[in-house]
Design a protein around this ligand. Structure first.
Ligand SMILES: Cc1cc2nc3c(=O)[nH]c(=O)nc-3n(C[C@H](O)[C@H](O)[C@H](O)COP(=O)(O)OP(=O)(O)OC[C@H]3O[C@@H](n4cnc5c(N)ncnc54)[C@H](O)[C@@H]3O)c2cc1C
Length: 473
């Protein structure tokens, strides 16, 4: 197999849109740990923000900063907002069908902490609508190869530059087979061995590597994310000295459907509250302004649950027209029915769950990590847009905007790698036991999250102490 120019790890909106923005003359390989549709991008319900017109700029900027506790990188927020109209126009070009009003203009909905409706949507399955259209386009391009069920387990580093990845897959996997059977001189990819689990472990080389590995929900017991999203890029970063940023900035979504069944938590989109849904405690009394930022609403719900000992609070949709519930929130309505609740007639039980990752692999405004030739886009990266807390429906947009910027940067800096640089000797023992490696990676990331949580706690306490010293002086 001839080396691709670019390897992209992950096929959510970040990975797919990056690939589509790279020149068609480049050979691109996309790998994904699960099946194509097993990415969080498919799950996004609420929608995607867009700058409606110039008059909304200041308010959109302020809403994003305020939700992020003003810890956001202002330059990144500006880039995201300014690029939003172009990205939406690209999406429509790829066939994405956003809701329109009776005059055929784009329709906007609202979510918590937005001071005005500015969110485009497709029923309550906006992420699926966007991702399936991007995937179809990717699959139609002859310069892009996309392969399921291949897991990146490491990067290959030489002279402090990223030159490839180590991956594993079933021996019968398409990619593993191609590497094994291709005996041509330009096949530099190599089977390194078979691990304890009977999988093929192989090396792959490329000029540029893009991480688009999504969130970290797989590290938590209760999360809205796919469980195979286990922060692999973060663990690998820790091993290779690649900088992370605020790995303890983790968003808990206030409202997921309460159930005693195990598995992925089902999200009740914030736009349900944006359209009039209200939160009630066990006495069926309202206890919070439902449109406050997510972290604030989550804390209020947790406080209620602690006070009463209840396992959940209630969400009532009594103020939302039945028609709206059955059309705009069709999938939520259906899921609630499956769980035994008719949300047009009764309250549903809801509880907070891990949902989103604001921190990540530190990147600059072009999505470059601190290691040359390694980029990170989407939820796995941290370009500072979200600060300490994400504003609803900013993440699909942020993923797309900064994935395109990575692609543009890669296109501009296209280079030939000196062949001598390749093929370092790799120590296979690290990859011999996939279960052990997974456990090691998980612990590494959880420890780092905890370390940074304590650091921030201490730092905030120091600030409070200094402030009270000044006040009493
Ligand atoms: C239930 C839910 C609802 C949401 N609703 C909204 C919303 O309304 N609006 C909004 O803006 N955002 C929303 N979000 C957030 C948004 O969907 C995500 O932030 C965004 O889709 C992330 O895209 P991504 O490309 O970074 O990652 P993902 O779409 O998660 O894709 C990650 C990819 O990386 C692959 N991968 C991971 N590790 C490896 C590895 N080691 N090797 C190979 N492949 C790997 C995965 O298999 C997958 O293909 C929601 C999220 C969830 C979970």
């Amino acid at each position: 197999m001839k080396n691709p120019d670019v390897i992209i790890v992950g096929c959510g909106v970040g990975g797919l849109y990056c690939a589509l923005n790279l020149p068609k003359t480049m050979q691109i390989l996309i790998i994904t740990k699960g099946k194509f549709k097993e990415c969080d991008s498919y799950l996004a319900q609420g929608g995607i923000c867009m700058l409606k017109d110039e008059s909304d700029y200041d308010s959109y900027f302020e809403d994003t900063m305020k939700a992020g506790h003003y810890e956001n990188r202002k330059e990144s927020v500006d880039i995201m907002i300014r690029s939003s109209r172009d990205v939406i126009s690209d999406l429509i070009g790829y066939g994405v069908d956003f809701e329109r009003d009776e005059n055929g203009n784009l329709a906007f909905t609202r979510e918590g902490a937005h001071s005005t409706p500015r969110i485009l949507y497709h029923e309550d399955v906006t992420g699926k609508e966007i991702t399936k259209n991007l995937l179809r386009e990717v699959q139609s391009r002859s310069n892009i190869t996309i392969v399921e069920d291949v897991t990146m387990i490491d990067i290959i580093e030489k002279n402090e530059k990223c030159i490839g990845i180590v991956a594993m897959a079933d021996k019968e996997n398409y990619l593993a087979k191609v590497i094994e059977t291709d005996k041509s001189a330009d096949n530099e990819a190599q089977i390194l061995g078979e691990n304890k689990q009977g999988m093929s472990v192989f090396s792959l080389y490329a000029k540029e590597i893009v991480w688009a590995c999504g969130g970290i929900g797989g590290l938590f017991e209760r999360s809205t994310n796919f469980p195979h999203l286990t922060a692999d890029a973060l663990a690998i970063s820790l091993d290779h000295g690649i900088s992370l940023e605020n790995p303890d900035y983790i968003q808990i979504h206030p409202t997921t459907l309460y159930t005693q069944k195990p598995g992925r938590a089902f999200l009740i989109s914030e736009s349900v509250r944006g359209e009039g849904g209200i939160l009630l405690n066990d006495k069926k009394e309202r206890f919070v302004n439902e449109l406050l930022p997510r972290d604030v609403v989550t804390e209020e719900i947790k406080a209620q649950m602690k006070k009463t000992g209840a396992k959940h609070v209630w969400l009532s949709m009594e103020n939302i027209d039945e028609d709206v519930i059955k059309t705009h929130f069709r999938h939520i309505y259906k899921k609630c029915l499956e769980e035994g609740y008719d949300c047009t007639k009764e309250c549903i039980p809801v509880v907070p769950a891990q949902h989103y990752f604001m921190g990540g692999v530190h990147v600059d405004k072009n999505s470059e990590t601190t290691m040359p030739h390694l980029y990170a886009v989407g939820e796995t990266s941290c370009n500072g847009v979200h600060g300490k807390n994400r504003l609803a429906s900013n993440s699909l947009l942020e993923s797309l905007v900064f994935a395109k910027r990575a692609a543009v940067k890669i296109s501009m800096e296209y280079h030939e790698i000196d062949k001598e640089v390749r093929k370092p000797v790799l120590d296979f023992s690290k990859y011999e036991d996939a279960d052990q490696l997974k456990e090691d990676y998980k612990n590494k990331v959880l420890n780092e999250i905890e370390r940074m949580r304590k650091y921030h706690e201490q730092h905030n306490n120091d600030i409070k102490c200094r402030q009270s010293d000044t006040a009493s002086a």
